[in-house]
Design a protein around this ligand. Structure first.
Ligand code: PGA
Length: 249
């Protein structure tokens, strides 16, 4: 089922006291929209965040995970470890993971498989770079990112996948895709899903937009028919801004 979701990706921000303080602020906010609310704190604070939000409608999600079940992967975190601290959703394929940690489509396909095998919902991120858009290749790039990491899956797997279109040139830059650019790409993504899996998978898919979503532009972006919510970076670090975005629905 297609849902409205607003997820805050905290990235490598907020130590434990800051995590507790931001959650306290978030819990004071009022939600008037029907959007599902998620926050992705750093991995070391997931358990604390899970406990602090237990009685609320905020879901605590992870920013990343390894594909292996366990073993000699120093510094890494498995799907089962995330599950054991109350996490049921993981972000995979964020452009910062791709750019700074060399995550490829092939690696991401393995991570997606591991997450689904462990009953984790996946928020799968992808998006073109500025050079791709300037060359008019944005649809081709996005389509290949989706195909390479996801099109080995059965149609039934897609009920546990949320897509997040995040043009790299709009992330953390203050530059947003226009609502029309977001809508055009989301429509194209739905068409790509429809061609491979049919209309039910395509119509039921929740597709988020990410890249400099702020309180002052969220309403216009979310008003587009194929935009089902947002993955929010910078503006998710302030409780009032984050809830202004959530309430933009
Ligand atoms: P931003 O980040 O909102 O700060 O642009 C979005 C993201 O990286 O998910």
């Amino acid at each position: 089922m297609r849902k409205n979701i607003v997820a805050g990706n905290w990235k490598m921000n907020n130590d434990l006291p800051q995590t507790e303080a931001l959650i306290t602020d978030l819990l004071k906010q009022t939600k008037t929209s029907n959007a599902e609310v998620m926050i992705a704190p750093t991995a070391v604070n997931l358990y604390q965040a899970f406990n602090a939000t237990r009685a609320s409608n905020i879901e605590v999600i992870a920013q990343n995970m390894h594909f292996a079940d366990n073993g000699a992967y120093t510094g890494e975190i498995s799907a089962a470890m995330l599950k054991s601290v109350g996490v049921n959703t993981v972000i995979l394929g964020h452009s910062e993971r791709r750019a700074y940690f060399n995550e490829t489509d092939e690696l991401l396909a393995k991570k997606v498989d591991a997450a689904l095998k462990n009953d984790l919902r996946v928020i799968f991120c992808f998006g073109e770079e500025l050079a791709d858009r300037k060359a008019g290749n944005e649809e081709k790039v996005v389509e290949s990112q989706i195909k390479n990491a996801l099109f080995h899956l059965e149609a039934s797997a897609f009920k546990n996948i949320v897509l997040a279109y995040e043009p790299v040139w709009a992330i953390g830059t203050g530059e947003t895709a226009s609502p029309e650019q977001a809508q055009d790409m989301h429509k194209y993504i739905r068409k790509t899903l429809n061609n491979k899996y049919g209309s039910q998978v395509a119509n039921d898919m929740t597709i988020l937009y990410g890249g400099s979503v702020k309180p002052n532009n969220a309403k216009e972006i979310f008003s587009k028919p194929d935009v089902d919510g947002g993955l929010i970076g910078g503006a998710a670090l302030n409780a009032e801004d984050f809830y202004a975005i959530i309430n933009a629905f």
